[in-house]
Structure formats: structure tokens, C-alpha cells
Design a binder for this molecule. Structure first.
Ligand SMILES: *Cc1c(COP(=O)(O)O)cnc(C)c1O
Length: 361
């Protein structure tokens, strides 16, 4: 086996034990003579996988009983639409923190369905900064308050969350889902595309406080209503069985590592190694993001020239490190270091960064 260190932003590296188990079980699941993905989604074998995947989300976050978990299609992107459709009354409003490329997409969809008040607009600072939590103002009576906990492209991450009182806090956690402990009771709804920390592409995970289900109008088409999916544990229609199975394997691996506490510790180690390599060579590497809000999941950095950035990405690949090119919209370099990236991978990148700066500085 010749696995390289994959720093891709998503889909991304997954835990080897999860991949190996899926491989071993693929043709003949538990002696049934067929693959799990060939079975009815109503079979008892699939049902056990589905319910365990949900229970893992609940156990990892320590979710109280009044939160429901859903596995839906359409990625996190569909939630940009489903959230306002379900939670915002017709002619209503919500608050949103505009913190980067992903928040912009959530903003664009919500604006089509109601009024969006910007509780923070980071565009003047090119989305390289975040405000203090205490400076966020919640509009009284608004439908919900939307945040993006980690901006995957810009590399900024909130380290704390506001108390929004009666206004439900809604958060896109796509790129830092299950990577740290969070005060779950503060949230009304949490959502994440699975493909950045929790499994492969193909399902999104939505956690909703049960009382919010009452807001979904009967006029919504069935699939677009949370009130359809939540009471049926996402078995209203055929769920994305293979992605959910891989989420179960991935989260089960995480639980064996020590859960969110271990995830948080490893994220701290990986990110310190890579940011440390920049601080050690300050004339060569620069991080555009304000030091107070640098992401522990998506680490963005610049080299002295675009030519050197190209060379860096190519030489890193030759050394067994892929996916280091920055997002096409911002350029530069980016190392995505999700849960399944071994700390040794971050160490290998930090070592390479030091050697590359020495050879080219
Ligand atoms: C990737 C990503 C999305 C979009 O996810 P899809 O599953 O591709 O729709 C949304 N928000 C954030 C923060 C992301 O990183």
C-alpha cells in the first residue's frame, strides 16, 4: 500500500481503518452474500448501520434528547436553501455573519427567501478577520442567527459562539464538524456536508432542536421539509446508504481515538506544526489571516511569488504530499488537516516547508 498525505479540502483523506473495513465487507456484508449497498434500505442490516451512524453523532457531541439528527442529500449547499425555507416565515428575516466564500453562498440563498441582516460583514477586511463575539448584535425577533464556524477557503475559524437567546443559532460546520467540543445547547441547528471530516461526499448531517420542526410549513414539498425527515429518522425516502455507512465507519474510528477531545488535541498539534513552520521562516511564508482567527482545519499561506508557490506544490507532490494548491478563487497554498490526517502528515509538511524555504529563500 502506498498512501500519500492528502491535504485536499474535500473530499479529503479518511481514516485507513474505516476504508479497510469497508473494503473487507464490500462484496459480502456480514455473510449475507451481497454488499450493503445492494440491500434494501429497510433491511435490518442497513437499519443497524443507519441508527449507529446517528447514535455516533449523538454520543460524540453529547447531544441532549431534544435534538434530532438527519442525513440528507444535496450537500451543505442544499441547506443554504432548506434553512430559510423551513425556519424563516414568509416575509421574515434572519441575521448572518458574512465571513467568507461559504457564508456568501448561504447569504445569497437566504436573501432570495427573506431579509438578511448582516451581523458582521468581513468584506472590507477581505474576510481575513473575525469580530469579537461580544460585538455581534442579534436582531430581536428575527428567525435565526446564521454563522459559518470555519471558512474552508479563507481559512478563518470562530473559536467561540454567541448566546443568541430566543433567536436560534444556526451554524454551517461543514469543515470543522466533529473536530472539537462545542457548547451544543447554544445551537438550534448545526449542519455539515460529510465530506470534510465525517465521511465521503453524498450526505449532509443536520442536527436540529426539536421545537424548531414546528416552523416547517405544510406547504413545503416533502423532501424540502425538515418535518418530513426528522420524525422518520431520515428514512422517509431512500437515504444515501453508502455515504451514511462510511460516516458510521469514520465516526466509529473517531470515537475509538477518544472522540472530540482527541480530535481537538490532534487539530491543535497539526496546526501548530504548520503555522510554526511559517513563523520559523517569516520572510518566506506568510499567513494572510489575522492571528486571532486562524483555522485549525484549513491553513492558508503565501510564498514570495506565484512561481515559487507552483514549485512548492509540485515538489511537495513528488515528496508524497498532495492537495496543497489554494482554492482557485484566492490562489496561494492551503493545507487542509482534517481529523483523519495523521499528526505525522503535518510534521512531514512542516519539515518540507523548512527545507523548501532554505533551498529557495
Ligand atoms: C464544502 C462546504 C460547503 C458546501 O458543501 P457541499 O456538500 O459541497 O454542498 C458549505 N459550507 C462549507 C463551510 C464548506 O466547507
Amino acid at each position: 500500500m502506498n498512501r500519500i498525505f492528502n491535504f485536499s479540502a474535500g473530499p479529503c483523506t479518511l481514516p485507513v481503518p474505516a476504508l479497510e473495513e469497508a473494503h473487507a465487507e464490500f462484496l459480502d456484508y456480514e455473510g449475507k452474500g451481497m454488499s450493503l449497498i445492494e440491500m434494501s434500505h429497510r433491511s435490518k442490516e442497513y437499519d443497524a448501520v443507519h441508527m449507529e451512524a446517528m447514535d455516533l453523532v449523538r454520543r460524540l457531541y453529547g447531544l441532549p434528547d431534544n435534538y434530532k439528527i438527519m442525513f440528507l442529500g444535496g450537500g451543505a449547499t442544499m441547506q443554504f436553501a432548506m434553512i430559510p425555507m423551513n425556519l424563516m416565515p414568509s416575509g421574515g428575516s434572519c441575521d448572518l455573519t458574512l465571513t467568507g466564500a461559504w457564508a456568501k453562498k448561504a447569504y445569497a440563498d437566504a436573501k432570495k427567501l427573506g431579509t438578511v441582516n448582516l451581523a458582521y460583514d468581513g468584506s472590507d477586511e477581505k474576510f481575513m478577520n473575525l469580530p469579537a463575539i461580544a460585538d455581534l448584535k442579534v436582531t430581536p425577533g428575527t428567525a435565526y442567527f446564521h454563522m459559518t464556524s470555519n471558512e474552508t477557503i479563507g481559512g478563518v475559524q470562530w473559536s467561540d459562539f454567541p448566546d443568541t437567546g430566543d433567536v436560534p443559532l444556526v451554524c454551517d460546520m461543514s469543515s470543522d464538524f466533529v473536530s472539537r467540543r462545542i457548547p451544543v445547547e447554544k445551537f438550534g441547528l448545526i449542519y455539515a456536508g460529510a465530506q470534510k471530516n465525517a465521511g465521503p461526499a453524498g450526505t449532509s448531517i443536520v442536527i436540529i432542536r426539536e421545537d424548531l420542526l414546528e416552523r416547517s410549513s405544510d406547504q413545503l414539498p416533502a423532501y424540502l421539509s425538515y418535518a418530513t425527515h426528522a420524525p422518520k429518522d431520515s428514512m422517509y425516502n431512500t437515504p444515501p446508504v453508502f455515504p451514511i455507512y462510511m460516516v458510521m465507519k469514520t465516526l466509529s474510528w473517531l470515537e475509538k481515538q477518544g472522540g472530540l477531545e482527541a480530535a481537538e488535541k490532534m487539530a491543535g498539534q497539526r496546526s501548530s506544526l504548520i503555522y510554526g513552520a511559517m513563523t520559523d521562516n517569516p520572510d518566506f511564508y506568510s499567513c494572510p489571516v489575522n492571528a486571532s482567527c486562524r483555522s485549525k482545519m484549513n491553513i492558508v499561506f503565501r510564498l514570495p511569488s506565484e512561481d515559487l508557490e507552483k514549485k512548492f506544490v509540485a515538489e511537495a507532490l513528488a515528496e508524497g504530499m498532495s492537495g496543497l494548491k489554494g482554492h482557485r478563487s484566492v490562489g496561494g497554498c492551503r493545507a487542509s488537516v482534517y481529523n483523519a490526517m495523521p499528526v505525522e502528515g503535518a510534521q512531514a509538511l512542516a519539515d518540507f516547508m523548512a527545507a523548501f524555504a532554505k533551498a529557495n529563500g
